[in-house]
Design a protein around this ligand. Structure first.
Ligand code: GAL
Length: 383
């Protein structure tokens, strides 16, 4: 059985992907502009290292049995683009699909796994997102994902393998053995609160046992800062507005607690400074990248507030209080014993959103006021 090279994703991968904002008409110019922005905005230094092109880069047909790029939209070609991206200090990711066509109907890797893995390695690819459209009738996805996992391992290059079968066929239970470093657990995210609630709060509840160093549950890319602009499939239902700032903050904090891959989907050329700041929250990124790699569990809820807790490598615990209701909530308690602290422990609370020291608590911690769809995330540690 294939096992993962754990060193390729000891912590959740971070980066950017073209799908949410650009969709099918992605071009080389967009990728180059994004690479520049990732550097200028300090995102690379924060750990956002992968620049991934999604569906839409391919030419309409194979040439001599090999995939090739659309020469109109990617005039310099993928290898030159990968080199450019690498020169910026970034890693380069690409997309293909386990079926006979990609979801956009372009040439795909079913039956060509070894050839394509070799091609990607030759081009300097560091990350492959592998989708789930157009599988031949009666064919299960798992063997196809295992074939590509094997092919990547034999390609001679370290390539992070991102399975995108939307959680079908119980993929979290076998993805790691197929060689995957991350695996989608849901359908596509949309830029609205219902989608964040459904994908983040409802669908990840029982998945914590599958995540850990080397392999991660993936509830899809971030919509932070999209504000209803971008790929029509992703902004559908967002009424030209997307989420509120509180909802984007909640989305980011939850993905951090859940050890989700932090793959930005917004357009970095136009994103508002306040939304970039959500993506640049060092304290929350550190929680996401904590080396212990334990995905937060939903411990309980108190009125409309869900409480998620993530033990950290240094003995601290990150705790998120998420107000999912329509009214402000205050004084939500968390019994320290429930979080793994001794009955007699004195525990200091640091607000991971504001950086504020909230003081020392015994027996239980209590939040301040939390606005509707907002959250309070604290780091608790024994003093
Ligand atoms: C979907 C996938 C999306 C995006 C799209 C491209 O299946 O879930 O994230 O990759 O295909 O066509």
């Amino acid at each position: 059985m294939q096992t993962t090279k754990t060193n390729l994703a000891p912590v959740p991968p971070m980066g950017w992907n073209s799908w949410n904002s650009f969709g099918a008409p992605i071009t080389e110019a967009d990728v180059r502009a994004t690479a520049d922005r990732m550097v200028e905005l300090g995102l690379v230094e924060l750990g956002y290292r992968y620049l991934n092109i999604d569906d839409g880069w391919q030419a309409p047909a194979r040439v001599d049995g090999r995939l090739t790029w659309n020469a109109e939209t990617f005039p310099s070609g993928i290898p030159a683009l990968a080199e450019h991206v690498h020169a910026k200090g970034l890693k380069f990711g690409i997309y293909s699909c386990s079926g006979s066509r990609t979801c956009l109907g372009l040439p795909s890797s079913y039956g060509y796994e070894e050839t394509d893995a070799r091609t990607f390695a030759e081009w300097g690819v560091d990350f492959l997102k592998y989708d789930f459209c157009f599988l031949p009738h009666d064919i299960k996805g798992r063997p196809s994902y295992e074939r590509m996992g094997r092919a990547l391992r034999q390609s001679g290059r370290d390539i992070v393998y991102s399975i995108c079968n939307w959680g079908f066929e119980d993929s979290p239970t076998w993805a790691r053995h197929a060689g995957a470093h991350l695996w989608r657990t849901t359908y596509d995210i949309k830029d609205n609160w219902n989608s964040i609630y459904d994908l983040g709060f409802r669908k990840q509840k029982d998945l914590a046992p599958f995540a850990g160093p080397g392999g991660w549950n993936d509830p899809d890319m971030l919509v932070v800062g999209m504000r209803g602009r971008g790929n029509p499939e992703v902004v559908e239902g967002s009424e030209g507005k997307g989420c509120t700032d509180d909802e984007y903050r909640t989305h980011f904090a939850l993905w951090c607690l859940q050890c989700a891959p932090l793959i930005i989907g917004g357009d970095l050329r136009t994103m508002a400074p306040e939304h970039l700041d959500i993506l640049r929250q060092r304290r929350l990124i550190a929680v996401n990248q904590d080396p212990l790699g334990l995905q937060a569990r939903n411990l309980y809820h108190h009125r409309n507030v869900q409480v998620w807790a993530k033990p950290l490598a240094d003995g601290g615990v990150a705790v998120g209080f998420f107000n999912l209701g329509p009214k402000p909530e205050r004084y939500c308690p968390a019994m320290l014993a429930t979080l793994g602290f001794a009955e007699t422990a004195r525990v200091r609370a640091l607000d991971l959103g504001t950086g504020e020291d909230r003081g020392v608590f015994t027996r239980y911690y209590e939040t301040g006021e939390i606005r509707p769809h907002a959250c309070e995330v604290v780091r608790l540690e024994e003093v």
